[in-house]
Design a protein around this ligand. Sequence first.
Ligand SMILES: [Zn+2]
Length: 294
Amino acid sequence: MRFFSLRKKKYATLTVKDEVDENRMLEEDKKNTGITEEPSDLWEKCPECGEIVLKKDIGRNLYRCLNCGHYYRMSARERIDLLIDGGTFVEEDANLQTEDFLGFEGYKKKVEKAEGKTGINEAVVSGIGKIKGIEVSIAVMDFDFLGGSMGSVVGEKITRALERALEKRIPAIVVSSSGGARMYEGIVSLMQMAKTSAAVHRLKKAGIPYISIPVNPTTGGVTASFAMLGDVIITEPKALIGFAGQRVIEQTIKQKLPKGFQTSEFLLKHGMLDIITKREEMKDTVAKVLSNLV
Ligand SMILES: [Zn+2]
């Protein structure tokens, strides 16, 4: 019932009466089925092809649109499940808590809201695990936590993940997805760029491989630091990876940007990254690269 009423909304112009009827039908649905979520909690409209699908169906399909293959965002935990061998992941630094040290208005509330939404306490989850039997130190960012922004705790957790790789002499992997620095933490947030980059440098000096996997979207200070410093940089098709927004760049340089600018395909063509691989094949690709490096 609900499916068809939503379909109707997509293709037909509703009169006020239709809307009232539709709301009444939705209410009845809720009573009959016991499902209390709002439609937006259950359904997702593909931004690429417009198809409306059940969220749980996308989840079953690695968050790939069943109609056009568009990749939806994945949470940090889902990415870990995708990449790391079952039962081998041991989380580290889960106790690190964000402090509102600048007393930025509304920041604490935003963090609490993000915690409720994602079930994690910061925009990155890190630890040790195995990829097809190869032990790695991994950190995975979560865009749904305040836009994956890099505050002091995010920078610290990523730095510690890189340092663990150095200490244990195992490869480091960082999956990035971020809007950049976290403005609520001012200059301390910007400092994380230098801190994480210095940690990458120490790994390089020790000859320990670092694989960076920036996924859609990765922008700002994260692109300007560890995300583009990998020995090997791997991403998914059609991911947005860039520093500043396209409009800002166009206004600054007063020129039109080329088609496909800041997509993974454009970056690969211009030598900014090494491999584009389908999500379904990401683990195989990473394992293949790792087996050549260790
Ligand atoms: Zn689609």
